[in-house]
Design a binder for this molecule. Structure first.
Ligand SMILES: [Zn+2]
Ligand SMILES: [Zn+2]
Length: 277
């Protein structure tokens, strides 16, 4: 089985992608998935696009984007399911330390198949905005990495999520601390994910399209997770239909080489393992 469990419902606009939370948009993603041999796709819109989540955000980047209706998004994906399409209902949720209860209260009522936990910002500063900007403007590389992985371990421990997405996103601009420091971050993070229990990590091809030009996560982190029995999903993080399933063969190759033979499939937040491929 091949799954792509991370993508954002958009339609191509005039040079920019436009949010399109409709069943017609979902159908366009499903068509590409079928052409590329992807058996099942999961839609995972960013949590901060929905007005129902406004109370979670202090940062203007997020607060400005809270204009779409979460119910309409959920209904579009559920309608795609009713039409028999191989889709799953998910959401990409930014982890906000200290706001776990509010996050749970807002998202609890919806029939999710899985929730992705992501760290994109720390205390309002972007990790993934631009090199030298956001968190990178305030701290040296070692400290950005340290803070990123502390936040990711917090996301693991929060109990809010089913999958940690792009787990070593912090490498996206190709900046890394010493190999020893990298090893320690990977090791401590795999320990925290194992201790949290019931969490998978995502093998994402999005990093191939970033300056670093690599899959997320590094082989070291993936092997540390495999050694601890932590399962995986595969994902493109597509923002347009043309990117659905993109480079998933490389993701499958990496996970196999790290020892994985199965991929995680979700139904109503229950995980099971299926042979990958
Ligand atoms: Zn993300
Ligand atoms: Zn995403």
């Amino acid at each position: 089985m091949i799954v792509d469990y991370h993508m954002h419902l958009r339609r191509p606009g005039d040079g920019v992608e436009e949010i399109d939370h409709t069943v017609e948009a979902a159908e366009r993603f499903v068509e590409v998935a079928a052409e590329r041999g992807v058996d099942e796709i999961g839609f995972t819109e960013h949590v901060y696009y929905f007005r129902q989540t406004k109370e979670l955000w202090d940062h203007p980047y997020y607060a400005d984007r809270c204009v779409y209706d979460l119910d309409a998004y959920v209904e579009a994906v559920l309608e795609a399911k009713r039409r028999g399409l191989p889709v799953k209902l998910g959401l990409e949720v930014d982890y906000v330390p200290g706001r776990e209860h509010e996050t749970q209260d807002i998202l609890g009522p919806y029939p999710w198949d899985f929730l992705l936990g992501s760290v994109h910002t720390i205390e309002g500063h972007h990790v993934d905005g631009a090199p030298g900007e956001g968190l990178w403007k305030h701290f040296p590389v070692e400290e950005v990495w340290r803070r990123y992985f502390i936040a990711l371990r917090g996301a693991a421990r929060s109990g809010l999520f089913d999958v940690l997405s792009h787990p070593d996103l912090v490498k996206l601009f190709g900046q890394r601390p010493s190999p020893d420091a990298v090893f320690l971050h990977h090791d401590e993070t795999a320990d925290a994910i194992e201790a949290a229990g019931g969490l998978a990590i995502e093998v994402s091809t999005a990093g191939l399209r970033k300056p670093v030009g690599e899959l997320y996560p590094d082989r070291g982190l993936l092997e540390a997770c495999h050694a601890r029995g932590i399962p995986v999903t595969t994902a493109s993080d597509a923002h347009l239909p043309e990117d659905v399933g993109r480079d998933l063969d490389q993701a499958v190759e990496l996970m196999r080489s790290a020892g994985y033979e199965t991929v995680t499939v979700f139904d109503g937040r229950k995980a099971r393992q299926e042979p990958v491929g």
